[in-house]
Design a protein around this ligand. Structure first.
Ligand code: MG
Ligand code: ZN
Length: 219
């Protein structure tokens, strides 16, 4: 049997479990974000900021995907929202089966927004549907503006793209004009946010949260 066959079979099984997950999440009226990026783009810090701004009005739950450790889940738990950590044990993306396990341990009757923080990886998370309403890809300025064209699938499949670590822009060669051109050539419908999460002052998080609230209300 060729290797390609195996991958097709994995994706096929994932689709079945994911449709069950999606049905459940829709029944409960939960808006689901699949948050993807490379390691170190600042997903967890951004999520902390978003939770801080939304949690008084929106019931949030989080699924944290990491290869190992519960470090990110501990940070989210400190915000006082329910969180489940998935340790993939080395696997480089989340899949429907893992999400099913996590959903089983959350009380979905008390959730408006579920954020799934995927494993840091710009490649295969894009290929695995998790039952989400939207994929959001985070790219940070130090990673370089060449990443959308190098890893197109992530950006093609995302409803929103967040350019993070805007505070570091001046120290990098990141070309924002090319970034906007490349995103619109890959995915003309993607909405783009610019954010930074530096300690006291954050940038763009309020706009992002306003948009997330609209998405939840429109579901
Ligand atoms: Mg993280
Ligand atoms: Zn993978």
């Amino acid at each position: 049997m060729s290797k390609i066959k195996v991958v097709e079979n994995i994706l096929h099984t994932n689709d079945e479990i994911t449709s069950q997950n999606k049905r459940l999440l829709n029944e409960k009226g939960i808006y689901v974000i699949n948050m993807m990026s490379s390691p170190g783009s600042g997903k967890t810090s951004l999520l902390e900021r978003v939770i801080l701004k939304l949690k008084d009005n929106v019931r949030i739950a989080v699924i944290e995907g990491d290869l190992y450790t519960t470090k990110d889940a501990e940070r989210i738990e400190a915000q006082g929202v329910p969180v489940v950590q998935i340790n993939t044990g080395g696997a480089c993306h989340l899949d429907g089966r893992m999400i099913k396990g996590a959903l089983d341990s959350l009380n979905l009757d008390n959730v408006d927004l579920l954020v799934i923080e995927n494993v840091g990886n710009l490649v295969c998370p894009a290929a695995f549907e998790l039952g989400e309403d939207i994929k959001i890809t985070v790219l940070s300025t130090p990673e370089g503006n060449d990443k959308p064209l190098k890893y197109p699938r992530m950006f093609e499949n995302s409803g929103a793209v967040i350019l993070n670590k805007l505070d570091l822009l001046e120290f990098t060669n990141f070309n924002k004009v090319e970034f906007y051109q490349d995103i619109s050539s890959l995915n003309a419908h993607a909405i783009i946010f610019e954010t930074s999460c530096v300690r006291e002052q954050d940038q763009g998080v309020e706009e992002l949260c306003t948009w997330i609230r609209q998405q939840i209300n429109n579901k």
